[in-house]
Design a protein around this ligand. Structure first.
Ligand code: SF4
Length: 676
């Protein structure tokens, strides 16, 4: 195998500290003598790294790196190399000629905070539309909306080291053993110290192997389950009356609603027996400090926000929040999804967690010395392709791969007159739909900050010289801004300058105390924002009280049928990052699981004449793909699982969204399987 991009690592006398750029755990690492090891003094990982983190240097050196700007006039042509100035001219000219509401920026949780800041400032502050969103929309937005509704802000009230102070950890719709590997190791350590673990999932995952109790819940019934828990909390007098009286709204309303809930019907919908629920309930009652942690099994749903709220209700009722070892804990998937949200990378919020109210718009206009900030909520990532845009800039992400109902998305993408792809790699699924490709610097070739899943801000350091014609993302957006004439507002010379402007901006919102961090110290001394909020036990709503919400399972997801009798679940596997662009490389030798397989229960396999290892076709009403059958009793009957490392998986999934978060319903598509 020939590699067309040779790493020329910086000659250094000292080791460099940096942070892993793969997942939301955000492990600290050290680079010395051309290899990576875990940083033993870094609080998140204490020296541990998973296979992705250890092999991250290889991701810089893949044969699929995009190294020069490329253009073509239409999708039938081959790309031709061009200069940066020609490519930027084309983009800026198109933006200048397009109505602002016809322009979209589609960003990524893989971007650094400074990249996000510049893109957001350009779009919201100077182009004058809020059509800037991120692929975090497809993984985190349900949690963001729920936290805002219940506790008043997009604020995660738990930290990873809380598991050492908890007595019980409930993992629901979260496979930490594969998606948050080093955090999972911490959970295992806490278990040795006495932590009890309950895993609730339609699959007996690797995470379930360490559980004291495993509940094989039916996909789509989480609201029923958590309502049953809240109902029992109220019925058995476990409500923390004093805490609720002083800190929580809507208790009486919720209590009255729960008087009428159909308990037996709800339990039946979960697929759990009364005995299984009673065992859970005994463990719940007996344990003082409880963390409930979740990820895509809850968020990626047509009722993702309500599922989050149903979980958060249990913590508000019992007062198990804002104290050590307690709280509702949304586990972010990507390394900087949270940093992107802080900066304002979602189209549904302004910068620094501000909204679109008059006062916030005034503050942001004044700060950026502009008058163009709009009060119209922008298009979400999941809406952009359907909005007849004139120009779409996609940065470090792959919407054709990750958006649901791919056949439809491909048709929509083809209609956009100018698609610009800013990426470090050439082989995305979106690439065939792009008109301009700009080579971005990947992890290791750039510096800047990122915020992990528990509000810890760390600095990624540059480990190697930037490749030939690549640029960091902030510089690319700054070039576009300058070409559009905004030279004064976009004259940054380094990520540090950007971070410091952003820090000033965080003063506009008192709960974001990021202005207290020091950029130069961040790789050695990570900064955790928002710790005072936890200590003060005051919520971030206007009246400083949290809100309970009564939510019901409205059964909105696609129903199975005689023709499509199975429910498709999707998820990560341990050693692959999304499509495997960075991890499925010959030299990484990450062979834990294949990229493409389909887990199916032996009873269903028998029903459809399928044997272990057979090539199978999986179809939904939207499309079909092929895979290899793996027969296992670890999955519920009538449910199949496929990993998201299968690049074609979204030919199957439904483009149904949560109406509040606009997050897709990735885990409830009706499918059938047959032998090829
Ligand atoms: Fe990187 Fe996540 Fe693995 Fe840590 S757990 S090394 S952050 S991929």
């Amino acid at each position: 195998m020939m590699y067309n991009n040779k790493i020329d690592f910086i000659r250094i006398l000292e080791m460099i500290k940096s942070v892993c750029g793969y997942c939301g755990v955000g492990c600290g690492l050290e680079f010395e003598e051309n290899k990576l090891i875990g940083d033993v003094v870094y609080p998140t990982n204490e020296g541990k790294l998973c296979s992705k983190g250890i092999s991250e240097l290889i991701s810089i050196q893949t044969p699929s790196r995009l190294l020069r700007p490329k253009v073509r006039d239409d999708l039938t042509q081959e790309f031709k190399e061009t200069t940066w100035s020609n490519a930027i001219n084309k983009i800026a000219t198109k933006i200048a000629l397009s109505p602002k509401e016809k322009i979209g920026f589609y960003l990524s949780g893989q971007l650094l905070t400074e990249d996000y800041y510049i893109a957001n400032k350009l779009m919201k502050g100077f182009i004058g539309t809020n059509n800037v969103d991120t692929n975090s929309r497809t993984c985190m937005s349900s949690a963001v909306v729920a936290y805002k509704k219940s506790i008043g802000a997009d604020y995660v009230p738990v930290r990873m080291n809380d598991v050492h102070d908890a007595n019980l950890l409930i993992l629901v719709g979260a496979n930490t053993a594969e998606a948050h590997v080093v955090f999972h190791n911490r959970i295992k350590t806490a278990k040795k110290q006495g932590l009890k673990i309950i895993v609730i999932d339609p699959r007996f995952t690797d995470t379930a192997k360490i559980a004291d109790l495993y509940l094989p819940i039916k996909a789509g019934s989480d609201i029923d389950f958590w309502n049953l828990v809240s109902n029992r909390i109220i019925d058995e007098g476990l409500v923390d009356e004093k805490f609720v009286e002083e800190n929580v709204n809507n208790y009486d309303l919720l209590k009255n609603k729960f008087k009428r809930i159909p308990v037996t019907k709800m339990l039946k919908r979960t697929g759990l027996s009364p005995e299984q629920f009673e065992i859970f309930w005994q463990m719940y009652k007996e344990n003082e400090n409880i963390i409930t942690a979740w990820t895509m099994g809850i968020n990626q749903s047509s009722q993702g926000v309500d599922k989050n709220l149903a979980i958060i209700n249990t913590h508000l009722l019992t007062g198990k929040i804002f104290t050590k070892g307690n709280g509702p804990f949304s586990l972010t998937g990507q390394p900087n999804a949270m940093g992107g949200r802080e900066v304002g990378g979602l189209s549904t919020m302004l910068a620094v967690h501000l909204g679109f109210d008059k006062e916030s718009i005034k503050k942001v206009n004044e700060f950026w010395k502009t008058s163009k900030v709009s009060n119209v909520v922008g298009l979400t990532a999941t809406q952009m392709l359907e909005a007849n845009l004139d120009v779409l800039i996609i940065c470090h992400t792959d919407p054709i791969y990750h958006l649901p109902n791919r056949n439809k998305m491909e048709e929509l993408m083809k209609k956009i007159p100018m698609v610009v792809e800013i990426n470090a790699y050439e082989n995305s699924e979106t690439s065939p739909f792009a008109h301009i490709k700009l080579p971005a610097a990947p992890w290791g070739e750039k510096e800047g900050t990122q915020t992990n899943l528990d509000r810890t801000i760390t600095k990624q350091e540059k480990l190697t010289r930037i490749s030939i014609d690549c640029k960091p993302d902030w510089e690319i957006f700054q070039l576009i801004a300058q070409r559009l004439g905004y030279k004064e507002a976009f004259n940054f010379e380094s990520p540090k300058e950007i971070f410091e402007e952003y820090q000033e901006m965080t003063k506009l919102n008192p709960h974001l105390n990021i202005y207290e961090a020091s950029y130069d110290n961040l790789s050695r001394e990570p900064f955790i924002w928002g710790e005072k909020i936890r200590k003060n036990r005051k919520f971030l709503t206007k009246d400083k009280k949290a809100n309970l919400f009564f939510v019901e399972n409205k059964l909105l997801s696609e129903k199975t049928s005689l023709k499509y009798p199975l429910t498709l679940l999707t998820g990560r596997t341990r050693d692959q990052w999304h499509t495997g662009t960075k991890t499925n490389l010959p030299r990484t030798l990450l062979k834990y699981k294949e990229l493409n397989f389909c887990e199916i229960h032996p009873i269903n396999a028998k029903q459809f004449g399928i044997q272990d290892g057979d090539s199978i076709k999986i179809s939904s009403i939207r499309g079909e793909i092929e895979s290899k059958a793996i027969l296992t009793e670890d999955i519920r009957i009538d449910t199949i699982f496929m990993p998201i490392s299968n690049r074609n998986i979204n030919y199957l999934t439904h483009d149904l969204y949560d109406k509040d978060s606009m997050q897709p319903d990735y885990n409830h598509s009706a499918v059938r399987v047959e032998k090829v």
